[in-house]
Design a protein around this ligand. Structure first.
Ligand code: SF4
Ligand code: SF4
Length: 441
């Protein structure tokens, strides 16, 4: 509850307004209530009992992207991440946005689907069959989507492709036995929920790059979704439950967290969340200590590779005549949530033939923001349009991005504008460069 939150967090804001120019929703609306300062003022009024948790307050809390650009800009060190998560949890507790339809969707997604890896895999297999059997094409050709509810129609172009094989299948068949015999580091990888079934290639590229950099990689099979979706959407108890399940899975399947050098995450949004398992479970007598060890070891993949000194790729056997024009979009939770900005660029610099072109407003939210593109489609598409315009100005043929949500969103924006370019994880680009490199002399 906002009233229970440490009052020093609620009153940190000194109303200076330095965050305003960095806030995408304020820039688009010029409304004080849609700015970080305005939102914090409302939260404080609730904590002080001067304002009720109304529908208008609730809608404003969900109109915020949670991009945390305000947190980076704030000279007073306001912990906006904690404030917005607490405010949304309060909105859910009071039920001011409850409708039968909303409750049903939240229950299905947050309680049934994203708390169970088994259910996610089942759905993934069904969707893969739909996408690959020709049924999807038939539905599109016959225009059957017109018969679907509006929300489903809007979701369809944003639905990612399901991977031919999920991460654990790829790991078991192709990577587990390739761990270096004499490894310098021992690490475990969080494979994610959507990433596990839709971006399995990014996970396998990550494993490949780690193995090429002297790491033994473990992939705990009983791991679950990291819980960031739940934490960011007011379901703190579910986020705690998933954190506990992951602590158990990683400890049991790696011989204990003490035997790991790092727990690695390749998605900006998930990394930002799992680094705070210690805060999430601080009041848990059983798990607090383990969560503390976890948070000390949790690292973003770029951060880790920079820390151990990533091996640059050697020139390719058959190099391209033209340099590869690459630009980099910063995921909000990588840049603002984790303060990681140089490391992904260092990885791109380790790839021969890459010509880096800086993107204007590289750290401005693309409008993906978890499920924001579903819950707030209009604002999301405005931000996407702004992002894609800047991308087109660079003339890049590859957009590097370290978060699956941004990848799906930007790919959608590029398709809409008819601009031909691909969106890749920096680690995937490095993995491809390793595969193409000339033999050692
Ligand atoms: S999190 Fe992003 S959208 Fe929300 S107030 Fe901060 S800058 Fe604005
Ligand atoms: S920059 Fe920080 S202190 Fe200043 S108004 Fe924004 S949140 Fe408050």
């Amino acid at each position: 509850m906002l009233r229970d939150l440490d009052y020093s967090i609620v009153q940190q804001c000194m109303h200076c307004g330095m965050c305003l120019p960095t806030c995408p929703t304020y820039a688009e609306t010029l409304m004080e209530s849609s700015s970080p300062r305005g939102r914090i003022a409302m939260m404080r009024a609730i904590a002080d009992d001067r304002l009720d948790v109304s529908q208008a307050f609730a809608e404003e809390m969900y109109f915020c992207l949670g991009c945390l650009a305000c947190q980076t800009a704030c000279p007073a060190g306001v912990d906006y991440a904690e404030l917005i998560e607490t405010a949304r949890a309060e909105v859910e507790r009071r039920g001011v946005l409850d409708t039968p339809k909303r409750n049903m969707i939240r229950s299905l997604l947050l309680r049934r689907l994203f708390t169970s890896r088994r259910n996610l895999h089942r759905l993934g297999r069904l969707l893969r069959l739909y996408q690959r059997s020709g049924l999807e094409r038939l539905v599109r050709v016959l225009g059957l989507l017109r018969l679907a509810p509006r929300s489903l129609r809007e979701l369809e172009p944003l639905s990612p492709r399901i991977s031919p094989r999920f991460t654990h299948e790829l790991f078991a068949s192709d990577y587990a036995r390739k761990n270096p015999e004499k490894s310098t580091y021992r690490v475990a990888l969080l494979s994610g929920c959507i990433a596990d079934i839709c971006f399995a290639h990014v996970n396998s590229d990550t494993i490949e790059v780690l193995q090429a950099n002297g790491c033994e990689v473990l992939l705990p099979a009983t791991q679950q979704c990291c819980g960031s979706l739940h934490g960011h959407n007011g379901e703190v108890e579910l986020a705690r439950q998933l954190a506990r399940e992951n602590l158990d899975a990683f400890a049991a399947e790696t011989g204990g967290l003490d035997h790991l050098d790092a727990i690695l995450v390749n998605a900006g949004g998930c990394g930002s969340h799992v680094k705070h398992y210690d805060r999430l479970l601080a009041g848990d007598a059983v798990y607090a200590e383990c969560a503390h060890s976890w948070s000390r070891k949790a690292k973003d993949i770029h951060e880790w590779l920079a820390e151990i000194g990533v091996r640059p790729a050697r020139p390719a056997v058959a190099p391209h005549d033209e340099p590869l024009r690459v630009t980099y979009h910063e995921s909000c939770h990588l840049k603002h949530g984790q303060k990681i900005s140089d490391a992904p660029r260092a990885i791109l610099a380790a790839i021969p033939g890459v010509e880096m072109i800086e993107l204007m407003e590289a750290d401005w939210c693309c409008g993906s923001a978890g499920v924001y593109n579903i819950t707030q489609p209009e604002m999301s598409m405005r931000l996407l349009d702004r992002k894609v315009g800047h991308i087109i100005d660079t003339g890049a043929v590859v957009i590097a991005s370290g978060n699956p949500g941004c990848t799906v969103q930007i790919e959608h924006g590029l398709r809409q504008r008819g601009y031909t370019a691909r969106v890749e994880h920096p680690v995937s680009l490095l993995a491809a460069a390793y595969r193409a490199e000339s033999p050692k002399e």
